[in-house]
Design a protein around this ligand. Structure first.
Ligand code: ADP
Ligand code: MG
Length: 339
């Protein structure tokens, strides 16, 4: 079973816990889309939610922001139960939803003012707040433009400006860079990093580079469960240890013979054999964590008189490893449904 501990080994210097989901489940009808997830958000960190589409990221974020309650489990904001005092506690959380409903006919400043009004601000306080957020999010120069005329990058900034109204200590950003072009992604990342200097953030993404670029700690979520967690570094080095070797042998190597030979080598996890052109046999083997079998394999091929033409590390990109992790998890779950 994969680990499902809410956090890795980041217990060294303990910043206070600002929010905590405790064994939270969510059912929609008979579908269970969150299956008892627990994690905590510590002051000052950027926590990443990583998982494929449909994993449950948005659902978890909606619960954390008080949008709807969990079916089971509890949500703590500091020492208080979010759903006991939602009005008061929701003010401590700013939320950029997955798809922000923006009014295209509104001007940028009108929309941000409207958001400030909804959060109970008025008069000079409201004006100051709106000005500050427009400036902070790089919207000052477009404040009189119609929202409908602006690029997706700007619209995302407007969503962030709206979330920042009232200076909530926790900011929840659901796929903040989804749908942006590379330049806009870099800009939004810059903004997120700035915001993180005096705030605690949780953001979701379905792509790994996004969270590894921004987050101090990552939870990998799949099918409503946390399947791995840790700092971006821990996660990366842990995942990196999973590796493959790609080996090419020349004639007289044959598929069946090579398979029989490798079958008995300890430390190999998966063996897949392909016949390449001109009688070459290419083998991809998965190597057990922490093992190095290269010397042993080359000796083995020599003793069998099989010419070893190539042996290279089939290092996967982090993104590939992440996808593998998710796929393996899904295979485990539906092993018997498959033909
Ligand atoms: N309001 C809803 N009613 C029914 N099913 C929902 C609802 N919201 C989400 N789901 C389902 O829950 C699962 C998780 O969705 P979501 O939290 O949006 O995942 P993610 O944000 O990781 O893509 C999906 O299968 C989705 O179809
Ligand atoms: Mg989502």
């Amino acid at each position: 079973m994969p680990e499902s501990a809410p956090h890795g080994s980041a217990d060294g210097d303990l910043a206070p816990v600002l929010a905590r989901l405790e064994d939270v489940s969510k059912n929609f009808g008979s579908r269970r889309v969150l299956k008892g997830i627990s994690f905590e958000l510590r002051k000052g960190e950027i926590l990443g939610f990583l998982g494929p589409n449909g994993a449950g990221k948005t659902t978890a974020m909606r619960i954390l922001t008080g949008y709807f309650p969990p079916s089971q489990g509890r949500v703590w904001i500091g020492e208080q139960d979010l759903f006991r005092e939602p009005q008061k506690l929701k003010r401590r959380i700013g939320y950029l939803p997955e798809s922000v409903t923006l009014y295209g006919e509104m001007r940028v400043c009108e929309f941000v003012e409207f958001a400030a009004q909804v959060k109970g601000l008025a008069g000079i306080k409201k004006r100051r707040e709106v000005e500050e957020k427009l400036t902070r999010c790089g919207l000052w120069d477009v404040k009189h433009r119609l929202i409908g005329r602006l690029s997706k990058g700007f619209r995302q900034r407007i969503g962030i400006a709206q979330a920042l109204i009232g200076d909530p200590e926790i900011l929840v950003l659901d796929e903040p860079s989804n749908g942006l072009d590379p330049k806009q992604i870099m800009e939004i990342r810059g903004l997120i990093r700035e915001l993180a200097q005096d705030r605690t953030l949780i953001l979701s993404s379905h792509i790994l580079p996004e969270v590894s670029a921004l987050c101090d700690r990552v939870l990998i979520i799949n099918k409503g469960s946390v399947i791995a967690s840790g700092t971006a570094d821990e996660l990366e080095s842990g995942l990196r240890e999973r590796h493959e070797l790609v080996i090419t042998l020349g004639p007289p190597a044959d598929k069946a013979g090579v398979f029989r030979l490798l079958e008995n080598v300890p430390g190999l996890e998966r063996i897949s054999i392909e016949t390449a052109r001109e009688g070459l046999v290419t083998v991809v083997v998965g190597i057990e964590k922490g093992r190095d079998v290269r010397a042993e394999l080359s000796r083995l091929f020599v003793t069998q008189n099989l010419p070893l033409l190539e042996m290279r590390s089939g290092r996967l990109s982090l993104e590939e490893i992440f996808m593998k992790l998710v796929l393996e998890e899904n295979e485990d779950a539906s092993q018997r449904e498959d033909a």
